[in-house]
Design a protein around this ligand. Structure first.
Ligand code: SF4
Ligand code: MG
Length: 323
């Protein structure tokens, strides 16, 4: 498979300012040297607790935020090196769907204008009639009829609003969609509908997804591979089946143990982590997970484990695996 997106050693630090002259006194290491790729047509799930750097990763890839260091390649093109007009052009191929469909949709715009706006920006409609026809078609693709065109976002349910968000992303016929927790704000009953819709659209339009979620169960069905983040680092990345069956990093093991298992024979003991996620301003030394890891040993606070392939693209960063 062809790599559509490649992220190499990406870092995003935010300065922490203090004092009257707002001097930078520290940095929040939101994303701290992560590498991964997404193959054309696949879904990579990116999972971790809130504040672990998932959204920052998505935004930095799209250059909604500028990276501190590292490389982003889209179809082999260096995204960081693009000028403004090249960036505008490439954004047609890379779209984003946000977590909160209400906050991300302009309340004063009709659905026709919300979905039509990207067509205007990228000059993809010949005239008003053509634009309306295109909007109608896109709305039908996401399960909303043409009768919704002249309505406003507040007239819709959460699930319908996220369908509008999906339609807006889809309007410009992108290759990659970065979905930043697209279902986290929705009722559980509606989550599956939106995930299923996204899966159908992926098949129909050959889309590639970077699907961000804070919960492994959300990405279980849609992902081909899954990456797990903890405090700005990817700690494990593998084929989905492999990751769910044979998690090798203690953090992934604890996340998986929290997913309710219907089959009592498969029930595992829940691994409860001690303490809270430490601050990304001053992350723990060595392995960042050592303050909470049930398996930590003498080496862990001192040396940072390397993120390595332990076979068939099953990557993890943990000293236990090196023994
Ligand atoms: Fe736990 Fe040590 Fe492995 Fe980190 S390196 S996950 S602290 S055992
Ligand atoms: Mg987020």
């Amino acid at each position: 498979a062809e790599k559509l997106l490649e992220v190499n050693n990406l870092k995003k630090y935010f300065p922490v300012k203090a004092g009257i002259i707002k001097r930078t006194v520290a940095h929040v290491k939101a994303v701290d040297d992560i590498s991964f790729y997404v193959n054309e047509g696949e879904t990579l799930g990116l999972v971790g607790e809130s504040g672990c750097g998932k959204s920052t990763t998505g935004r930095t890839i799209l250059r909604l935020l500028e990276a501190t260091a590292g490389e982003v390649l889209f179809e082999g093109r260096d995204v960081m090196a693009l000028n403004k007009s090249q960036l505008r052009e490439i954004r047609r191929d890379m779209q984003i769907i946000f977590q909160d469909p209400y906050a991300s949709l302009n309340p004063r715009m009709t659905v026709a204008d919300i979905v039509g706006e990207p067509l205007d920006i990228h000059k993809l409609a010949k005239n008003k009639k053509d634009r309306n026809n295109k909007v109608k078609e896109i709305l039908e693709n996401v399960g909303l009829g043409a009768e919704y065109m002249n309505r406003y976002p507040h007239e819709f349910s959460g699930g319908q609003r996220q369908r509008i968000g999906v339609a807006r992303a889809l309007a410009v016929d992108p290759k990659l969609i970065i979905a930043d927790e697209p279902v986290s704000a929705l009722d559980v009953s509606v989550q599956a509908q939106v995930v299923n819709l996204m899966q159908d659209l992926q098949k129909e339009f050959g889309l590639t997804y970077l699907f961000i979620a804070h919960d492994l169960s959300v990405v279980k069905h849609i992902s081909d591979r899954v990456a797990v983040m903890y405090l700005g680092k990817i700690v494990e990345l593998a084929d989905k089946r492999e990751l769910f069956k044979n998690p090798i990093h203690p953090y992934t093991q604890s996340l998986l143990s929290a997913i309710p298992e219907a089959d009592p024979k498969k029930k595992k003991d829940r691994i409860i982590l001690k303490g809270d996620v430490p601050s990304p301003v001053d992350p723990p030394s060595g392995c960042r997970f050592h303050t909470r890891c049930p398996k930590a040993f003498d080496k862990c606070p001192i040396i940072e484990p390397e993120f390595k392939d332990y076979g068939n693209g099953h990557y993890a960063a943990c000293h236990l695996l090196e023994e």
